[in-house]
Design a protein around this ligand. Structure first.
Ligand code: G5P
Ligand code: MG
Length: 217
């Protein structure tokens, strides 16, 4: 539908809806969704070397070491080549943002600003199909059959890092590390913040923003 190459980064606290909004962007604009968390979880399921290295950090709500994630994400970006994409979960600190900026030009940063109390409540009800990255939420985006993935019928699981004590740690780490990254992108005029409590009020604003940006060329 859109021919211009467009590269966006979506930033937001754990559970803010980055994956949910990214999937809506995929459906509406045809961008690719490149999620560092999904790539890491897929590697954990497949028990690859990367998965083995990442597992304990993720379970504890800590960042996986930069050199591992950066190598993986830059490889994926290179593989994708000349296509429009949305980066979700990367970069996650200043060092990763530096490496990304040396590798490719980002056209826009979508910053989701959702209150922590909303997030803490949401992630309690999150269920995922880890092999595909599909995400559900009881009462918001229910699977057609309880406990089963809509596409494969495979069982859904809860993320180990969605335990309340790990979520608290992830939220704290987010505030600490992403402030400087947002400031860096902000100085370059790239950040647009979308504030709200529900995806249904945020998505129409993100959609309008992207339509405008993509059409402007
Ligand atoms: P991830 O996977 O990048 P986070 O912590 O950044 O994880 P997360 O938890 O995946 O982000 P999200 O994608 O922002 O959250 O949110 P989501 O899944 O779309 O929505 C959350 C839930 O709310 C879902 O169930 C959804 O259906 C529901 N929902 C959405 N909107 C609404 C609404 O309006 N109402 C309701 N009721 N529900 C709604 O990273 C995980 C770990 O991987 C490592 C780290 O260890 C990290 O902690 N990692 C990295 N480490 C180093 N460097 C990197 N770059 C790394 N990337 C990942
Ligand atoms: Mg996510």
């Amino acid at each position: 539908m859109y021919t211009k190459i467009f590269r966006a980064v979506i930033i937001g606290a754990p559970g803010s809806g980055k994956g949910t909004i990214s999937e809506l962007i995929v459906k509406t604009f045809g961008f690719l969704h490149i999620s560092s968390g999904d790539i890491l979880r897929q590697n954990i399921i497949k028990n690859t070397d990367l998965g083995k290295k990442a597992q304990s950090y993720i379970a504890a709500g800590q960042l996986v070491p930069d050199e591992i994630v950066t190598k993986t994400m830059i490889a994926r970006i290179t593989e994708v080549g000349n296509k429009s994409y949305i980066l979700d979960g990367f970069p996650r600190n200043g060092a990763q943002a530096d490496i990304l900026s040396a590798r490719c030009q980002i056209n826009a940063v979508i910053d989701l600003n959702i209150p922590h109390d909303v997030i803490i409540e949401r992630v309690k009800h999150r269920w995922i199909h880890a092999p595909s990255g599909r995400v559900y939420n009881i009462g918001f985006n229910d699977p057609k059959v309880s406990g089963k993935d809509d596409v494969t019928g495979e069982p859904l699981t809860q993320r180990e890092d969605d335990k309340p004590e790990v979520v608290a740690k992830r939220l704290q780490l987010y505030d600490e590390l992403m402030g400087p990254v947002l400031a860096w992108y902000g100085e370059r005029g790239l950040v647009t913040t979308f504030k709200g409590r529900e995806t249904k009020e945020i998505w129409p604003r993100v959609e309008r923003f992207l339509k405008d940006k993509v059409n402007k060329g």
